[in-house]
Design a binder for this molecule. Structure first.
Ligand code: FMN
Ligand code: SF4
Length: 382
C-alpha cells in the first residue's frame, strides 16, 4: 500500500503546543532543523533554517504568515488540510510563533476558499480559549483577491501591506524585511501541518519517512485523465509510476508534476522519483490522457501564465506573450522551425532574467512539451 497517513490522521489537540511551550524558541528551531523538513509550497527551502534566520534577527517585531493562496492549477491539497485538519495548521502557526518570537501571524487565504473562513475563525477562537493565558499568540485571517502571483511570498506580503501584489527583488528576503519591513516567515499550509507531528514524535521519527534529503510524507492532488482522482498522501521519494499505478493513470501521454509551473514528464521518465532533486513534488499531479491534443494543452498553460503575469518585468510580460504567439504561428504553419529555436533561446532568457518564480518557471512546459511533442504540434502538410 503506497498511502501513508501522517498529515491525514487526527491530532491530539494541544499536546504539541504544551510541549513547545516547555521547549522554548531555540529548542524548537533546533528540532525542526534536525528533522530536515523542507517547505511544501514549491521551492523546498529548509523550514528550520528559515525560522532560525528570523530568530537571529536583532529586530524584535516579527511575523509569521501562513500561505494559503493555493493558486497553482490542479492543486487542491491545502484545501483538505484547511477544511478537515484546521487544528494542525493552527498548532503549526502557534508553535512557529513561539519558535521565532512573533506576537502576531496571518493566514493569507485565497478568495475562492472564503467558504472556509468560519471554520478557521472558530478554530482560532477554540485555541484562544484553550491557550490564551499560556501562550501569547494572535492569528488574523486575510483574503487574497484571486491573483495567482499573490502566492509568491513577496507579492503576498505586498498585498498584506495594502499595496499591489507584486514580487520584489531578493535579497533582502522576507526573513530580513518582510511584512511592514520586519523579519517574517512565510510558510505553506502543509509545511505548518507537519510541525505539531514533529514536535510530538521527534526528528528521527519524521526521518523514517521519505528518502535522504527529502524526508516525510507528501500530499498530492491527483487530477486529469485518471481513474481515481483525489488527495493522496505518500512517502517522499516514491517513483511517479507507483502513484500512477495506484490511481489508474499509467496509460497516459504525459504527466504535469507540480502544476503548470512544474515539470512535464513523459512515460519514459515515469520511473523518476517524487522528491526535490529529481521531480520536485509541488502539490499536484495532472495526468494527460492519450487522446489529448498537446498543442491545446500547451496553449492552455501559456494562456494562464500570460493572464497571471503581473507585468512588472519584460522577460515575463513580453516573453509569455511571444511564446503563446509563437506556438500558434508554428501550429498554423506561419513560422519556420528556425523560429522554434529562437523561442527556445527566449525560454532560457526568461528563466534567468525574470524577476520571480512565475516568469522563471513558465517556460518549463513550453520547453518540455515542444521537445517531446514537436511532431504532433507543428504544422504538417499531409
Ligand atoms: C507565482 C508563484 C505562486 C506561488 N504560490 C504559492 C501558493 O499558492 N502557496 C504556497 O505555499 N507557496 C506558493 N509559492 C511559493 C512561495 O513564494 C513561498 O516559497 C512559500 O510559500 C514558502 O513556504 P514553504 O517554505 O513552507 O514552502 C508561489 C511562488 C510563486 C513564484
Ligand atoms: S516574473 Fe512575471 S509575475 Fe514575476 S515579477 Fe516579473 S512580470 Fe511579475
Amino acid at each position: 500500500m503506497i498511502e501513508k497517513k501522517v498529515l491525514l490522521n487526527k491530532l491530539d489537540r494541544g499536546e504539541a503546543i504544551l510541549r513547545a511551550v516547555k521547549m522554548g524558541s531555540e529548542k524548537i528551531v533546533s528540532l525542526i532543523k534536525d528533522s530536515e523538513l523542507r517547505g511544501r509550497g514549491g521551492a523546498g527551502f529548509p523550514t528550520g533554517i528559515k525560522w532560525e534566520r528570523v530568530l537571529n534577527q536583532s529586530e524584535k517585531e516579527r511575523y509569521l504568515i501562513c500561505n494559503a493562496d493555493e493558486g497553482e492549477p490542479g492543486t487542491f491539497k491545502d484545501r483538505i488540510l484547511l477544511e478537515e485538519y484546521t487544528e494542525k495548521m493552527i498548532e503549526g502557526m502557534i508553535i512557529g510563533q513561539i519558535a521565532i518570537g512573533a506576537k502576531k501571524s496571518f493566514i493569507y487565504l485565497r478568495q475562492e476558499y472564503k467558504f472556509l473562513a468560519e471554520k478557521i475563525k472558530n478554530t482560532i477562537e477554540e485555541y484562544k480559549k484553550l491557550f490564551g493565558d499560556k501562550v501569547d499568540f494572535q492569528i488574523d485571517l486575510r483574503f487574497g483577491a484571486g491573483a495567482y502571483v499573490c502566492g509568491e511570498e513577496f507579492a503576498l506580503i505586498e498585498s498584506l501591506n495594502g499595496f499591489r501584489g507584486e514580487p520584489r527583488n531578493k535579497p533582502p528576503f522576507p526573513t530580513e524585511k518582510g511584512f511592514k519591513n520586519k523579519p517574517t516567515v512565510v510558510n505553506n499550509v502543509e509545511t505548518l501541518c507537519n510541525i505539531p507531528h514533529i514536535v510530538l514524535n521527534g526528528a528521527s521519527w519524521f526521518k523514517k519517512f521519505g528518502v535522504k534529503g527529502c524526508y516525510g510524507t507528501k500530499l498530492f492532488s491527483v487530477a486529469g485523465d485518471v481513474e481515481k482522482p483525489g488527495i493522496y498522501e505518500v512517502e517522499m521519494g516514491i517513483p511517479l509510476i507507483e502513484l500512477l499505478e495506484h490511481v489508474g493513470g499509467v496509460d497516459s501521454k504525459a504527466v504535469q508534476v507540480g502544476g503548470y509551473a512544474g515539470t512535464t514528464v513523459v512515460p519514459e521518465d515515469y520511473y523518476k522519483t517524487l522528491c526535490f532533486g529529481d521531480l520536485p513534488p509541488g502539490g499536484s499531479i495532472i495526468v494527460i490522457g492519450k487522446n489529448r491534443d498537446m498543442g491545446k494543452v500547451l496553449e492552455n498553460i501559456l494562456e494562464f501564465f500570460l493572464e497571471e503575469s503581473c507585468g512588472q518585468c519584460t522577460p515575463c510580460r513580453e516573453g509569455n506573450y511571444r511564446l503563446l504567439e509563437g506556438l500558434r504561428l508554428l501550429r498554423d504553419g506561419k513560422a519556420s522551425i528556425k523560429y522554434l529555436k529562437t523561442l527556445f533561446t527566449l525560454c532560457d532568457v526568461m528563466k534567468i532574467s525574470a524577476k520571480c518564480g512565475l516568469g522563471q518557471s513558465s517556460p518549463n512546459s513550453f520547453l518540455a512539451i515542444m521537445k517531446n511533442f514537436k511532431d504532433e504540434i507543428l504544422y504538417n502538410e499531409r
